[in-house]
Design a protein around this ligand. Structure first.
Ligand code: HEM
Length: 474
């Protein structure tokens, strides 16, 4: 691992979840409305000092490493708070936030996710007396002004911090300045599955590494800081107002996963390849849908057999680019989740950079493990899924583009040049029919159709401002 050069970023001014993610086993998502603007702005001054910065996250991570090196068992006590605001939130605060979207009123941040979900993301919708809205939980159909994240190592620590935060805003008193719209708790999964999402695949493997901040590793090129941070080199909007610098746009998606149904689908459609058993054929199908094995090993490197050792090796687990595979789905289907969301040489070899599309994924699972009764009936009975969060300096370049123009676009990549139309991203792609080619290594033209395994039930777009902005502007 090469040591990163000394960063020029002011890590004391950047909220901690953006660059490397607040370390966590559990996380509270507190969605709120501002009731009393004047009071709220005064009280925000008391929240600012307890916000975890990027510098403090680096310190926390070092403490965790040292604790492990000393052979320490269990976790050290760590908790971190971050705060973000929606466009409606800035409006409520009386702050002109047009510097955030360059005055473009079609920008997803200014439009809000409630509208964007219907117009561009392809979320399921429903008719209401007020028109067509996404088929989301009712709380997410209300205006949401902000999101407070509280991440930590235990429920006790995060619950205590939540009380502290609520006390700052007078929640529980007769005149609170905020109203809780929704509180969701996320937890990493138990035991060996702790870093895996609910379908069972290792998550959080490939995130952009930032020039001057992260170590240089083999694989996709590093990104300029301005791909994640406003006002830095690579930010598509120039000359932002000073308060809008060192922030990041935070996308939240409340994604429910139909886990028993996903596993039944794999069991019912095992790939027949060489001498694989039906179980191995199902494993291969799952790996080809995701683009990685459950262990996290990329199928572009190890296409027909899992290699858990490779998965654990940060020098190798991102060192692939679909090179020499541009016309071929043999090693990895075009529409596999990781190829759709990060096409690497599919675009770069054509001279199209993927840098501006990169997002930093943070987020956590919610809901219990699959119960024996759910397993027996192959049917979801309890709510579970992913509290998806990602950061970027432009939602229209990052998350929105990825969802709308890649995952939901059956022709991406290579739809017109190839005999096989790639199809939709089998995890998050929305549209009808939900199908893709390239899953069967013996016959790339064979298309498999699948039901929805991931259902969006809420979300919003936020901006996570700098510490200076929290103290001086908001
Ligand atoms: C990678 C699962 C939603 C974008 C991955 C990986 C898994 C996964 C297993 C591979 C491991 C890794 O690199 O971390 C899921 C599940 C989702 C979900 C279960 C929903 C419940 C989304 C959404 C987006 C997204 C909504 C954005 C629109 C990405 C990106 C990568 C990735 C950019 C990394 C690709 C790469 O650089 O190789 N996801 N994902 N995912 N996912 Fe998702």
């Amino acid at each position: 691992m090469t040591t990163p050069p000394t960063t020029k970023l002011n890590l004391d001014n950047i909220q901690g979840d953006i660059l490397s993610g607040i370390p966590k086993k559990t996380e509270l998502y507190y969605f709120f409305q501002i009731l009393d603007t004047k009071k709220f702005r005064v009280q925000l001054g008391k929240l600012a000092p307890i916000i975890k910065t990027a510098a403090q996250v680096l310190h926390d991570r070092k403490c965790i490493e040292d604790h492990k090196k000393r052979g320490g068992h269990g976790l050290i006590q760590i908790v971190g708070v971050n705060v973000s605001f929606s466009h409606l939130g800035f409006q409520k605060l009386g702050i002109n936030d047009s510097t955030l979207f360059g005055g473009n009123t079609n920008d997803p941040f200014s439009v809000g996710q409630l509208n964007d979900a219907v117009r561009n993301l392809g979320d399921p919708t429903k008719e209401t007396p007020n028109g067509v809205v996404p088929d989301w939980e009712k709380e997410f159909l209300q205006p949401i002004h902000g999101l407070i994240l509280i991440a930590g190592e235990s429920h006790a620590t995060t619950d205590k911090k939540l009380k502290e935060v609520e006390a700052i805003f007078g929640v529980g008193s007769k005149t609170p300045s905020v109203k809780k719209v929704k509180l969701i708790r996320g937890d990493v999964r138990p035991g060996k599955e702790h870093a895996h999402e609910h379908f069972g695949f290792l998550d959080g493997v490939s995130n952009p590494s930032v020039i001057g901040f992260d170590p240089i590793l083999p694989g996709p090129a590093q990104v300029r800081p301005g791909i994640l941070l406003t006002g830095q080199d690579g930010d598509p909007i120039q000359n932002r107002e000073p308060w809008a610098v060192d922030g990041s746009f935070q996308v939240f998606r409340y994604l429910f996963q139909e886990v028993p149904e996903f596993h039944k689908y794999l069991r019912d459609n095992p790939l027949k390849f060489e001498d694989l058993t039906p179980e191995e054929g199902s494993e291969l199908l799952g790996a080809r849908m995701v683009g990685r094995w459950r262990s996290g090993a990329p199928i572009d490197v190890t296409p027909f057999k899992d290699d858990p050792k490779l998965a654990k090796d940060p020098q190798r687990n991102n060192d692939f680019k679909f090179k020499d595979q541009l016309n071929s789905q043999q090693r990895c289907p075009f529409a596999a989740h990781v190829r759709k969301t990060m096409p690497r040489d599919d675009l770069e070899s054509l001279g199209i950079s993927v840098e501006s599309r990169r997002i930093a994924r943070r987020g956590i699972q919610f809901g219990p493990e699959v119960t024996p009764s759910e397993k027996q009936e192959d049917k979801t009975q309890k709510e579970r899924g992913l509290l998806f969060v990602c950061y970027q300096s432009s939602i229209s370049n990052g998350f929105q583009f990825m969802q709308q123009s890649w995952a939901n676009n059956a022709n991406f990549p290579f739809g017109e040049q190839q005999p096989e139309v790639p199809g939709l991203d089998p995890l998050i792609g929305r549209g009808t029919p939900r199908k893709m080619s390239g899953l069967d290594p013996n016959d790339a033209t064979r298309e498999l159709t699948f039901p929805d395994f991931i259902i969006p039930r809420g979300g919003e777009y936020f901006f996570t401002p700098s510490i200076k902005a929290l103290k001086e502007t908001l």
